[in-house]
Design a binder for this molecule. Structure first.
Ligand code: DC
Length: 226
């Protein structure tokens, strides 16, 4: 039987970078489910479909395919109608669209089987918002990774400044707080810790310490279920 690790938490907690490293160390596949919502967001932007127009969203869903594959380095590739859109989904516009479209229940239902099938066929660390609560409630290990809004905003602010972007820390913090609110207050599959999850707070941890902590939580809990 394959092993599933559900990793949820708010934006900016470092889930993807930490999970990618932990997956490599444990020889698991890292599945970034946000990329699936981003691909659907991209499809909607291309077609001019608004997330509020349920009929248009449903028609779009009946006409598109979204798939995951992995390259030789084990990196995830997202395919929209067979086209590799892994790079195109990383723009700020795609983030906005993904956030809006991910609140549509039909979109969430559309992606459910794909995510569950990945976990049936591979050992996975699956990163998202509702993996432990909805997608894989029976995952052997469920982790809720978080950090204070200030710590997450500070990390994001540092990244943006290093890239040469002119931003104010207060604006970045405001964005973090707004996104947290939206993610945790939507009607369908809101962000919340799953029952039986292990809470990991990285506010006081650096990247290496966070990776170590996640790996040790996974090892302890997998051993408990074998
Ligand atoms: O993790 P990310 O920022 O790439 O996710 C993009 C958007 O998709 C984000 O607004 C939250 C949403 N999302 C979700 O609703 N459920 C998931 N399992 C993963 C992402």
């Amino acid at each position: 039987m394959s092993i599933a690790i559900a990793l949820d938490g708010p934006a900016g907690a470092g889930k993807s970078t930490i999970a990618r490293r932990a997956a490599k160390a444990l020889d698991f596949i890292y599945v970034d489910t946000g990329a699936l919502y981003r691909a659907i967001g991209l499809a909607a932007s291309r077609r001019g479909v608004s997330p509020e127009q349920t009929d248009d969203v449903n028609k779009m869903l009946s006409e598109i395919t979204v798939d995951l594959s992995f390259n030789e380095k084990g990196e995830q590739i997202v395919l929209l109608n067979g086209e590799d859109v892994s790079g195109l989904i990383r723009t700020p516009e795609a983030s906005m669209m993904a956030s809006a479209i991910s609140a549509v229940p039909e979109v969430r239902a559309f992606l459910l089987d794909l995510q569950r099938n990945m976990a049936k066929t591979h050992n996975v660390i699956m990163d998202g918002r509702d993996i432990g609560t909805v997608v894989l409630p029976d995952a052997q290990v469920k982790i809720f990774l978080t950090a204070s809004p200030e710590a997450r905003a500070q990390r994001r602010y540092k990244e943006l400044i290093e890239k040469g972007t002119d931003v104010k820390y207060e604006d970045v913090l405001n964005d973090v707080v707004t996104r947290d609110y939206n993610d945790s207050h939507r009607a369908t599959a809101p962000l919340k810790p799953a029952e039986g999850c292990v809470m990991v707070d990285t506010t006081e941890l650096d990247f290496e310490q966070s990776v170590e902590k996640i790996i040790s939580v996974i090892k302890e809990n997998i051993n408990g279920t074998e």
